[in-house]
Design a protein around this ligand. Structure first.
Ligand SMILES: [Zn+2]
Length: 178
């Protein structure tokens, strides 16, 4: 807090404890000194400690969102989950299957991906010569996969498209059908 008061920037990051990292022991001592004292043995933290924690949480979430938005990885995941909070809330409860991981990371057996690794001559879909066959094409517009998508929609009541993806995944039954 003193550093912030001096107008300097603070960037929290994780370091291994007790590994001789410069300054880590001192940070431990300071944290212990500043640990909110339990009052009257009630075990309740002081109001300011609670507020401080909320401010820190909001600030780190904002920074996480910014890095998520600007980062060069996970384009498909971002397409389905533009807000990192939602991605985390839903995906942290979902059991990651190989198929789901592939869908989210674009590592699918679709033409666009296979073409990148020279496993297929063309990244385009058989349904149209100008349509790149990637996850979004298959989920949203490809007539070849239309029947599968329609069956999933009928079974889950969720539209199979990027905006319906969080809904598909957040519901256990829909997820199984998907
Ligand atoms: Zn197609």
């Amino acid at each position: 807090m003193d550093i912030v008061a001096e107008g300097r920037e603070v960037r929290p990051f994780w370091v291994r404890a007790h590994a001789g990292t410069a300054g880590n022991k001192r940070a431990d001592e300071l944290a212990e000194e500043r640990r909110p004292q339990k009052e009257n043995g009630s075990g309740l933290r002081s109001f300011s400690a609670v507020v401080r924690q909320k401010v820190i949480k909001a600030a780190s979430l904002e920074e996480w969102q910014q890095r998520y938005t600007e980062g060069g990885t996970g384009e498909i995941t971002k397409c389905f989950f533009p807000r990192v909070e939602e991605a985390y809330r839903i995906l942290s409860r979902v059991t990651m299957t190989p198929l789901l991981a592939q869908t989210l990371t674009r590592h699918c057996g679709f033409a666009q991906y296979l073409n990148r690794f020279k496993l297929k001559d063309s990244p385009y879909c058989a349904c149209a010569p100008d349509k790149v066959q990637d996850v979004l094409h298959v989920l949203e517009e490809c007539p070849i996969f239309g029947r599968e998508c329609a069956e999933t929609e009928a079974g889950t009541g969720v539209v199979v498209a990027r905006h319906g993806f969080p809904g598909l995944l957040s519901d256990e039954k829909s997820r199984v059908i998907f």
